[in-house]
Design a protein around this ligand. Structure first.
Ligand SMILES: [Zn+2]
Length: 388
């Protein structure tokens, strides 16, 4: 198992294997159905590649979610681009793959996974889809000043108009998963939860946590991305232990939520539930970590809800937002969930400050080893020739 994992992912995997507090292994017909559909999808050679070209990275400047510090560093770098024109059935899209001398690693899976999620949902909307991938080395790390900001957490964004979808992903870390997350937005799989009344009900209960919004839908987006991440990991590495991996991710998400609570200044989750004001979020920490971990604990109920509310693949029906609040409150108030979060807070406290699992904010534990692309060779070859 370990052999198939990226280095950081190995750390998370080892840690959770030693410290897993959720032991009940679940199974789900809903997931089985989606998984077997995924297995039947044939993705070979959907892309044609262009020759690499020199570029500046102006596209990324328009993202409101990328940290200034990151943007500045990225701008100083020397980037080149390979464009991939992709087709599957009648749908076409373009992947813009960036590389630079200081960011030359690239996880090829990020490209094929786009085709998988499109195929799983029989996606064929009349839109222009462009995906921009910048494999920078910035890692997701805990905040040092108790405020949760894009620099700690964000790695992607999607901007949509009626006829275009532009997806940006700018960290190498978790890229094959973040691509799935952004595709869930771009394909509007989570659109039903992008709903004002639902948001209002959460704000009533939790306040705004120093933010302008609570993007509740992000909890669903990330759970779908996480599930597809382990399904595709199994396919890519010829493994068949989907439900073991799901359990790793369930434990990891509770451990990460525990870390967020502790770093924000809480000793236990009851503390948080009675006073939410200490959690200061300038990005969606509540949805990504806390709310998601509650649903990951009660995953069987959540999957039942998904089965009732999804039509194609994971795409939600319009009325899906009706009972999402109730589902969420039940999950957050589950006594066993609260007990385990508190246990993980204690484990978190005991870790040394320089331990990777204590510092990292990565949302998933499982990430497949990068399949190194031959594009770097191509780039070197191309530019060396030009210089000569
Ligand atoms: Zn998102």
């Amino acid at each position: 198992m370990i052999r198939c994992l990226e280095n950081d992912s190995q750390e998370c995997y080892k840690f959770i294997s030693k410290n897993s507090l959720i032991k009940d292994k679940i199974s789900s017909q809903f997931l089985d159905k989606i998984y077997s559909k995924l297995k039947k999808i044939k993705i070979d050679q959907v892309c044609s590649k262009s020759n690499p070209e020199k570029v500046d990275i102006k596209d990324l400047k328009y993202s409101p979610f990328i940290a200034k510090e990151h943007l500045k560093k990225i701008e100083e770098d020397n980037w080149s681009l390979i464009k991939r024109k992709c087709t599957l059935n009648d749908f076409t899209w373009t992947v813009h793959q960036y590389n630079s001398e200081s960011n030359e690693q690239f996880n090829e899976l990020s490209v094929s996974r786009i085709a998988y999620i499109l195929a799983l949902h029989n996606y064929n909307d009349n839109v222009k889809l462009n995906i921009y991938l910048y494999p920078t080395k910035f890692k997701k790390e805990i905040t040092r000043d108790k405020k949760w900001k894009p620099i700690n957490i964000n790695g992607g964004m999607t901007s949509s108009t009626s006829s275009t979808r532009d997806v940006y992903v700018w960290r190498y870390e978790e890229m094959p998963k973040v691509v799935l997350h952004e595709m869930v937005h771009a394909m509007q799989i989570d659109d039903a939860l992008f709903e004002n009344n639902l948001s209002k009900r959460f704000i009533n209960e939790f306040g705004l946590m120093s933010s302008n919004y609570i993007n509740v839908f992000e909890s669903y987006t990330e759970i779908v991305a996480g599930i597809m991440n382990i399904m595709l990991f199994c396919l890519e590495n010829k493994k068949d232990n989907l439900y073991d991996l799901l359990n790793i991710e369930r434990n990891w998400s509770l451990f990460q939520a525990a870390g967020v609570l502790k770093v924000s200044g809480y000793e236990n989750i009851e503390d948080f539930l009675s006073n939410k004001d200490k959690l200061i979020q300038e990005t969606n920490v509540f949805s990504y970590y806390i709310l998601r971990s509650a649903h990951m604990y009660s995953i069987e109920k959540y999957l039942e809800w998904m089965e009732e509310n999804a039509n194609e693949g994971f795409k939600l029906k319009n009325e899906a937002s009706d009972d999402y609040y109730e589902l969420s409150m039940e999950a957050i108030n589950n006594e066993e969930y609260k007990r385990i979060i508190n246990e993980y807070i204690k484990i978190y406290e005991k870790l040394k400050d320089n331990e990777f699992v204590k510092k990292t904010m990565r949302m998933t534990a499982i990430e497949g080893k990068s399949k190194l692309d031959d594009s770097m060779k191509l780039i070197r070859h191309f530019f060396l020739k030009k210089i000569k």
